[in-house]
Design a protein. Structure first.
Length: 280
């Protein structure tokens, strides 16, 4: 079976092992030390020479996967080889999947640009992905991913993290696009998820030994809680403007970063092939 890495999770491969990769400051210092070591500038002190050798050893270290990357590959292996998938009951993912069209409509209205749901999956080598929308904006090809936030709290906290940045870079490579736009949206929670939240509150206080009358009293006491749940999970009632219910991050294509991404694939495949369920 061909090993394919999905764009949505490929950012896990880009999380580096702590202390293994040079920081930008360390790269600058190493270049300075290289010049001075070759006779261009002041000679290195003993302390600087020790630091130079440490930095040089990091630069020349064999590339390796971080623990985060390895755990990601292991989950892939379990799904592909054993059919095991852990995250079956996830309300955040459930809302995101259920509200995908609502998010596209909201972004379309805010940007005054009719977006269309993309249904074409692209695969290049061992990388595969299907972005939400592809549009031509001001002469540039733009790929979009639309996230449906669970609540105003998660919406405000939404950012362009490592996972989403590399998801976007994978999409730009797959679709040969110029830009990636990540849109966080705040759309009304589906009715079945609202009812689940109410049910969860009910069973916090419910006891199977309760009488019908006691259950009725409990339901009455929980009415204000149920009303607050409705308020917390509905956003199109006028209390929130459409404009403030969309948050957008944009990045442009960087082919040098794509090379870095592609360099991780052989390492991930090598590790995938080495995995055993009972490995030590």
């Amino acid at each position: 079976m061909e090993i394919l890495f999905r764009a949505s999770g490929i950012g896990n491969l880009m999380v580096e092992s702590r202390g293994v990769v040079l920081t930008e400051l360390q790269k600058t210092k190493l270049e300075e030390y290289k010049k001075r070591n070759s006779g261009d500038g002041k000679p290195l002190t003993d302390t600087q020479r020790n630091e130079f050798e440490t930095l040089l050893s990091k630069e020349n270290a064999k590339p390796e996967l971080s623990d985060t990357a390895k755990r990601f590959v292991e989950k892939m292996w379990l799904l592909n080889e054993k059919g095991f998938y852990q995250d079956l009951d996830n309300k955040y993912v459930d809302k995101g999947n259920f509200n995908e069209d609502d998010g596209i409509v909201l972004v379309s209205e805010v940007e005054n640009e009719m977006l269309h749901k993309n249904i074409i999956r692209k695969t290049i080598g061992n990388i595969t992905g299907e972005c939400d929308c592809i549009e031509i904006i001001n002469g540039k090809k733009v790929v979009k991913d639309i996230k449906s936030s669970w609540s105003p709290v998660t919406f405000m906290a939404g950012d362009l993290n490592t996972i989403y940045e590399w998801q976007g870079r994978a999409y730009m490579m797959l679709y040969d696009a110029d830009e990636f736009h990540l849109h966080y949206t705040l759309t009304d929670t589906p009715r079945h998820l609202i009812e689940k939240e109410k049910e969860r509150q009910f069973y916090k206080y419910f006891d199977k030994l309760m009488t019908d009358n006691e259950i009725e009293v409990l339901e009455l006491k929980l009415l204000p809680v149920y009303e607050q749940i409705e308020k917390n999970m509905s956003f199109s009632d006028g209390n929130y403007t459409k404009e403030e219910r969309v948050k957008t991050f944009k990045i442009i294509r960087d082919k040098e970063k794509e090379k870095l991404l592609l360099s991780k694939i052989p390492l991930a495949i090598e590790y995938y092939k080495s995995i055993k369920l009972n490995q030590l």
